[in-house]
Design a protein around this ligand. Structure first.
Ligand code: URP
Ligand code: ZN
Ligand code: ZN
Length: 457
């Protein structure tokens, strides 16, 4: 049989196995895994790793915070940068307007994304305070392919504990997967107000207004409410050991709780906020970047299985927007770009012997796909989408804005050296990145309807 495409001679690494094989692709699907396969197009992957395309289930493209503040990667530039970094599927968010139904909000967000995306994507549905009156629509959103629901304990989207309970019940009844931003908003507001009034306005005070034990408290409270409601819960962007301990305890009790961390927490420390001038505003994100001891705890948690996956929370704001908070840290738009370096960044856990290559694939590809209900993604098996990355494990790279393709005039990883980088990215059988060249098209990506593996009650 002649395949459309064959990736030859590579070392295939999945979450569960490592073996030498050729991979045959037909009609965008993995059609064969074997020896001496032949195809109309053949790519030699000798000396390289062949892994599933990366799956990043937490990104914010062209996210508006109002007043002209919008994250700088749109669905085209952001998915193109993702592809350069070996990510072939993302999950972004719907934030329905106050007068909109959830399904109308989904249609609007899809109308923004569909013409631009170069890789496949899904959308989480946000349940903010305005959506508490719309909880009877959760099933319709689920049926339309939004199988996961985003809840906030911070910002204007913040739900109080009673609203959290009601939202979790509605998501449980629909069979959806809740995901949550866990911080203690009341404590944050009090500390921000106290620090700003006392003239403590530099970014140095951002992490000191959002203490790690309070992130742990909020995550623990959310976990307890989810347990009471009898629903799974996924904790977004874990920044500190305090939250790891809560997740670990819940899982030890057999509760279906999962957690993710992000590259900013794995590669940066809170000293970054003390960089002079505007540079100190760049790493502002929430939860904030913590002291070195937390960074070490997060790497260990990934290795031990106490955290289940790595996403990016990719949400860049250009330096002119970050500058709006130069004299008041509480006005700095929060978020950093990480979408392109995630896969290679987490590979440093293999280089530094925190975990195996299989665990790397599990953290960046397989576990996020399974959690988000992306059943055709995140693994290498016959019949799945041919989303593949040929990864050069030996290539040294130095990160910089010149090297990266994100639409942002700074990167928090400037000067960081990594070993390993994707050489080829394949999305549904189409080579979209090859040796630093982009070969894809805006709009070629597809919206993926997602149904997480949760027993409906
Ligand atoms: O500061 C951050 N993380 N911005 C993105 C939105 C969020 O909280 O996930
Ligand atoms: Zn968040
Ligand atoms: Zn986020």
């Amino acid at each position: 049989m002649n395949f459309d495409l064959v990736v030859k001679n590579g070392l295939v690494v999945s979450a569960s196995a490592t073996y030498h094989a050729d991979i045959g692709v037909s009609a965008g699907k993995i059609a064969a895994i074997g020896e001496d396969l032949a195809g109309a197009q053949e790519i030699d992957a000798a000396g390289k790793l062949v892994i599933p395309g990366g799956v990043d289930i937490h990104v914010h493209m062209q996210m508006s915070l109002g007043d002209g503040v919008i994250s700088s990667d749109d669905f085209y530039s952001g998915t193109r940068a993702a592809a350069f970094g070996g990510t072939t599927t993302i999950v972004d968010f719907v934030e329905p307007g106050p007068e909109q139904t959830l399904v109308e909000g989904l249609a609007d967000r899809r109308a923004e994304a569909d013409p631009q995306v170069v890789i496949d994507y899904g959308l989480h549905m946000t349940i903010g305070p305005n959506e508490i009156a719309k909880l009877d629509q959760v099933q319709a959103a689920y049926d339309a392919g939004c199988g996961s629901f985003k809840l906030y304990m911070a910002y204007g989207f913040r739900l109080d504990d009673g609203q959290l309970l009601r939202a979790l019940e509605a998501i449980r009844d629909a069979g959806g997967q809740p995901v949550i931003h866990a911080e203690n908003w009341d404590v944050i507001c009090a500390l921000v107000e106290r620090n700003v009034q006392a003239g403590r306005t530099t970014p140095h005070w951002h992490p000191r207004s959002r203490p790690a034990p309070m992130e742990g408290e909020a995550a623990g409270r959310a976990i307890d409410i989810a347990h009471f409601v009898d629903t799974p819960l996924h904790i977004f962007h874990v920044s500190c050991s305090d939250v790891v301990e809560r997740i670990k305890a819940a899982r030890a009790a057999g509760w279906p709780i999962t957690g993710e961390t992000c590259p900013q927490y794995l590669f940066l420390t809170w000293d970054a906020y003390d960089a002079p001038g505007l540079a100190g505003t760049f790493p502002v994100c929430s939860p904030p970047i913590r002291a070195k001891s937390h960074q070490e705890a997060l790497w260990q948690a990934l290795g031990r299985g106490d955290l289940q996956l790595v996403t990016t929370d990719h949400c860049p704001f250009t330096s002119d927007l970050k500058a709006r908070g130069l004299h008041d840290f509480s006005k700095i738009p929060g978020g950093v770009p990480s979408i392109e370096m995630r896969l290679a960044g987490v590979y440093q856990g293999v280089v530094r012997e925190h975990f195996s290559p299989n665990r790397w694939v599990e953290l960046c590809c397989t576990a996020p796909a399974r959690l988000a209900g992306l059943h055709d993604k995140g693994d290498i098996a016959i019949g799945l989408d041919a989303d593949l990355v040929i990864f050069d494990p030996d290539r040294p790279v130095t990160l910089s804005t010149d090297f990266l393709h994100e639409r942002c005039d700074w990167t928090p990883y400037d000067g960081i050296e990594l070993t390993g980088w994707p050489a080829v990215t394949i999305s549904r059988g189409e080579v979209i990145i090859r040796d630093g060249e982009f070969l894809g098209e805006p709009g070629r990506g597809r919206f993926v309807e997602r149904i997480p593996n949760i027993v409906k009650r």
